[in-house]
Write a protein that binds this ligand. Structure first.
Ligand code: MG
Length: 338
């Protein structure tokens, strides 16, 4: 194989023969479906009955591969999860690559296999896309943008305005796993075994809630900024505050250990397959049971409640019972986490 075909070159993005070969040999084979095969300037999608959800995200995670995932499956699950927690059945994705000249085609191939597997696992189709190549140094290996469309399945979460004091906060599993996994991989910290990201799909867990007919008031995947960012955003958007109980927050032993070692608060660390939801107290046990029976949410727990707003929007009862304000950080402790 010549140097030219082992690595991404600028010509792979110029719309000519090299680009067509990159598409036909590397990008399209694993993703094929009738809508993508049309290869028009736009994907023509069938009409749907329900309301639509539409989301977009750019993925710049460093490193590209980390324990528990990689930029490929992350880009699919991240977008699918944004649709799922909005109450939608994820259907169609766009996939846009910005590739750095010199990137190994082997790396691109591994990422594409991961994208195809994640799309199959979540029953979504990549229906349109784009590939650009930028000169060496203008990107870091690869960046991916994924947009997604889903159909809202009623009843969708009723919204922040419906949250009342006493409503329960539920988290779908142990928190902070993605942030710790990427940090340890990036800094090459010698933790054995290395912490694993929670990178994974939430659509089945959301479906389980829907089928259990539990009334969900608000639901959000706790990505950048972690659970703390979700609760601060919610507190700004509703008339309640929140109090959490540190003792009830599920934590894996590797995240607990890494946080103690590095002085991090898992409430501020990113998750990529963990969501937070608010449900009325009288259905909280049913919601918990539905989640715990679903993949990706077996470790779900009630960890706090909505309360009258007061002066401090989010507080946390720490280990020894003292209630403290939960910091609303200005910036993430970890850039390029997703
Ligand atoms: Mg989200």
């Amino acid at each position: 194989m010549s140097q030219e075909t082992e690595r991404v070159v600028l010509g792979h993005g110029d719309g000519g023969r090299l680009m067509r070969r990159l598409l036909s040999e590397h990008i399209l084979p694993g993703l094929s479906n009738p809508l993508l095969s049309e290869a028009g300037d736009a994907a023509i999608l069938p009409a749907l009955h329900g309301r639509l959800a539409f989301t977009t995200d750019s993925y710049v995670v460093s490193p590209l591969f980390f324990p528990g995932g990689d930029i490929g499956c992350l880009s699919v699950y991240g977008t699918v999860n944004d649709l799922a927690v909005s109450g939608a059945r994820p259907l169609w994705l766009s996939l846009s690559f910005i590739l750095e000249e010199g990137l190994s085609l082997e790396v691109l191939k591994r990422v594409l296999v991961s994208i195809a597997q994640a799309a199959a696992a979540t029953d979504v189709q990549v229906v349109t896309g784009d590939t650009k190549v930028v000169p060496r140094g203008a990107a870091d290996g690869m960046f991916i943008n994924v947009s997604g469309i889903g159909e809202i399945l009623e009843p969708a979460p009723s919204g922040l305005a419906s949250i009342e004091p006493g409503d329960c906060l539920i988290v779908s599993g142990p928190i902070g796993r993605h942030g710790v996994a990427v940090l340890v991989a990036r800094e090459k910290l010698a933790l054995d075994p290395p912490p694993t990201s929670d990178c994974g799909p939430l659509h089945i867990a959301v479906d389980a809630l829907r089928r259990s007919r539990v009334r969900v008031l608000a639901m959000r995947d706790a990505t950048r900024g972690g659970v703390a960012a979700v609760l601060h955003e919610w507190a700004e958007g509703c008339h309640c505050g929140f109090t959490l109980d540190e003792n009830q927050i599920p934590l894996s032993s590797d995240v607990r250990g890494a946080c103690e070692l590095l002085g991090l608060d898992p409430l501020h660390l990113a998750n990529e397959g963990t969501m937070v939801l608010v449900v009325p107290r009288d259905v909280s046990a049913a919601a918990l049971a539905a989640l715990q029976a679903a993949p990706q949410a077996t470790g779900a727990a009630i960890f706090g409640a909505a309360r009258l707003r007061g002066t401090v929007p989010v507080t946390v009862r720490r280990g020894l019972g003292r209630e403290q304000p939960l910091a609303d950080t200005l910036h993430s402790p970890l850039p390029r986490i997703c």
